[in-house]
Design a protein around this ligand. Sequence first.
Ligand code: OAD
Length: 251
Amino acid sequence: MDIQSNLDAVCDILLAANSVCSLTGAGISAESGIPTFRGKDGLWKTYRAEQLATPAAFIQDPRLVWEWYDWRRGIIASKEPNDGHKVLTEWETLFPNFALITQNIDGIHQRAGSKNVIELHGNIWKLRCTAENTITENHEVPLKESPPHCEACGALLRPHVVWFGESLDASILQHSFQLCATCDVVFLIGTSAVVQPAASLPLSAAERGAKIIEINPDPTPLTGIADFSFQAKSGEFLPVLNEELKKRLYK
Ligand code: OAD
């Protein structure tokens, strides 16, 4: 099938769908200029994310880990949402039921205007007290104090994100699986689909008969189960799909 036939087929599915989910990864923010985790710009100094985003790295050298997060916060703060993020904000009202589940911690979906974002891996703009687990928002760039400490009790603060080797918030994960269990369509956008349990969400939806639509310039381990795989950049492809959809809805 050519691209137009695939687009037509996807529009037919979407217009008949009662419930649509979208699982996003770092690739959706790539066109905003934010390096992906596993892409060529994913290194900081000589470190890979897997070496710094761990409880062990934080215990060993909280200053280094915070220096890395401060650097990433600086990059994110200087970038703007792209057209891919913007389309997903429109989909909150376009579909009767739309869920946006993201692995991203950058908060850019919210900045684009998405109101209901399910953050599987936390948020880089939230800090958590290592003693009391209280969560505060902090948008300082750069941080005034690095590593930062809790104003209330003086303990070290950590980023409110999920690190390698840590569990995801059980209620957020359960809610995400419920959404995937009952939806008709899952979009898989800009994720390498190698990190669990996030990568199991589309699989669980596919097992229950949902259509899987992947948007990624490169193939992933889930490309094989996708009903449609568009090898394209999300910031370019999503606006095209959105226009096609709106043409049909408002004709
Ligand atoms: P990755 O860096 O693993 O993958 C990014 C994906 O985006 C790749 O498959 C790219 O091909 C794709 N991509 C690149 N540019 C794109 C574009 N313009 N449009 C669409 N896709 C594009 O990032 P994630 O899959 O998000 O976890 O990584 C998953 C998790 O691993 C992250 O949430 C993080 C990381 O370790 C934690 O921190 C717990």
